[in-house]
Design a protein around this ligand. Structure first.
Ligand SMILES: [Zn+2]
Length: 321
């Protein structure tokens, strides 16, 4: 299992090779790493905790749909977690797949339980009004086509909203061929799998063009002071902190153990997302990790994975482009 694929790339670029059964884990989006960190380091409000739970649930749904996409037998480029700005409006897309003759975007929803649909209003089984995901989907759909046209991408575009949770029961949901319910996943997947697709240089160019437009986007952030945040080695799997044991760190909550390098790299990623403008130095990372890992190890990891700037006293590290 590749736990750390997110350290290399935040959005997946994956061309399936014919006959290859290569599997990749879906990289964790930056937004989720950000909230994962703050959930254990800061005192979040109930509303913020709920927001974090929702994006966690959303990502769990995306992983389910990704596991289906990953099983497609033809060549396809799968882009994940994209945000673009088009005419001052943000477009967020869960997956954009580039096939030989078309592009398909997917909005993934992990809704669970009964939902009653009355026109544009969605209500939970308990009668509470909930967000109508079709409105968000329709909005993104109407923005994505002109955005791609602007880029002179001329492959036809289709857009689907996919509900992946088998325990989702919508009542009175009008039929649309672009809304895929859990019971239809297998048939829909078979339909996708029947399209023939062989990719070439043109598709690579489209991928590059699209990724160039990608924006870093945080829909919500929490104002943070360094001194207010709990320091320690954050576990990437659960909400626990990790304790040093010889050459590894081990999570006090889920028992996961990691090499020091991987743990430091993950915690630097959190640090960069929580404080995007901060200068990364050995002392800073050492303190962020709760002084749990030897400063010399932190220095070595920084030296091996980042580019250093500044003189000896004010040395700081940046990611190599
Ligand atoms: Zn853990």
């Amino acid at each position: 299992m590749r736990l750390f694929s997110f350290l290399c790339r935040e959005c997946i670029i994956f061309k399936k090779e014919r006959m290859s059964k290569m599997k990749m884990q879906l990289p964790i989006p930056n937004q989720l790493i950000y909230w994962h960190s703050l959930n254990k380091r800061a005192a979040l409000t109930q509303k913020q905790k709920k927001y974090y739970e929702n994006i966690k649930k959303g990502f769990a749904g995306e992983k389910i749909w990704y596991s289906w996409l990953n099983e497609l037998s033809q060549e396809v480029i799968i882009l994940h977690d994209l945000t673009f700005i088009h005419n001052t409006s943000a477009i967020q897309i869960d997956f954009l797949c580039i096939f030989e003759k078309s592009m398909i975007a997917f909005e993934v929803k992990n809704y669970k339980g009964e939902v009653h649909v009355e026109g544009d209003r969605w209500k939970s089984g308990a009668g509470n009004e909930i967000n109508n995901p079709l409105l968000q989907y329709l909005r993104s759909k109407s923005l994505l086509s002109p955005f791609l046209k602007n880029l002179k991408v001329n492959l036809p575009l289709e857009y689907y909203i996919v509900f992946v949770n088998p325990e989702f029961f919508p009542y009175q949901l009008p039929y649309s061929k672009h809304v895929i319910l859990p019971q239809q996943l297998k048939r829909f997947w078979s339909h996708l799998n029947q399209m023939s697709s062989v990719l070439g240089g043109k598709h690579e160019e489209i991928k590059k063009l699209i990724l160039k437009q990608k924006e870093q986007y945080q829909s919500q952030t929490v104002p943070c002071e360094w001194t207010d945040l709990k320091k320690g080695v954050s576990c990437p799997i659960c909400d626990g902190l990790m304790i040093k044991r010889k050459r590894t760190v081990c999570c006090g909550q889920c028992d996961k153990s990691l090499s020091l390098d991987k743990a430091i790299l993950y915690n630097i990623k959190e640090l960069e997302l929580v404080f995007p403008k901060i200068k990364i130095s050995t002392n800073l990372v050492y303190e962020w990790c709760g002084c749990e890992i030897d400063k010399r190890v932190v220095y070595r990891v920084l030296k091996n994975n980042f580019k250093h700037l500044g003189n000896n006293k004010n040395r700081y590290y940046v990611r190599e482009e």
